[in-house]
Ligand binder design. Sequence first.
Ligand SMILES: [Zn+2]
Length: 298
Amino acid sequence: MIPDLSHALWKEAIEHYYWDRLDRAYEIASTQGLGQMGAYLSWFRMIEAEWLTRRDGERLKVEPWLELEWSPGDVGYADMRPIGEAVRAACDEVAQRLGWTHGASTLVSILREEARAPWSIAADGYCVDMHPYEKICLPRYALEDRIDFRRVVRHEYAHVVTINLAAGTAPRWLSEAVSVLLEGGRDRATERAFRDGSAQWLDPDPLEKSFSAEDRSRVWLAYRQSGLIGGYLASLEGELRVGDLLRAHAEGSFWKRLGAGFLGATHTDVAMRRTYGRSVSQVFSEALAWLRSGRPVG
Ligand SMILES: [Zn+2]
């Protein structure tokens, strides 16, 4: 049952959540009257899952900037150092490929098995830009396969890099483009569907909205399209240049970016022109043409 709280109380719970004060967030979110709370269901599940892990959890400092959190009764490893090493190796790979120097404090939390976190929305994990640090939450089952685990960590840590390089201004589609690129792997069936038009290749605005669609297949397509755009950008001038694109979101004069904003351009429009000499919509249509011409196998 989901508590039926006033919006003010939910706001308070969510504020605590963003400071990773999970005890306070959970206390508020769970002790009120019960009822329908549709809009806050995902919030409740995130808070609950993360709090259960925190309550029974242990921590390991892997690097000054990197910490691991897990629930010993749940994870089943006597020694978590090899897992910490695997996380660090995956993060190192992302940093190297995007030209980023570690530094933003990052907490990787392996959520309790019974946690009903909104995996259906967030695929294999999720990353939250919290105040004390960036927090990556992964399901317990991500530990079952070593290769998959590193793939998931690369995806989520690429979000950490995107948040920091672009100073939080990158749109969701671009953030997922970078994360899916770094995650690696291909979905050939979906590529065929985009190629033959049975899956619609969206413009930037509808693509951005697709990430919050009710229809899960639509969300899946949004991830895949973004990943292909990431792949196309990397094919132009390599992955380090994709890092430059993110960096360009936060660079340049404030007044220039403000002026561009008045003209209806987004940070990404400005950054794309500076980095690749193209507009965002040009990149979208070129990426589809690249896919149709048979993207190189990589
Ligand atoms: Zn993602």
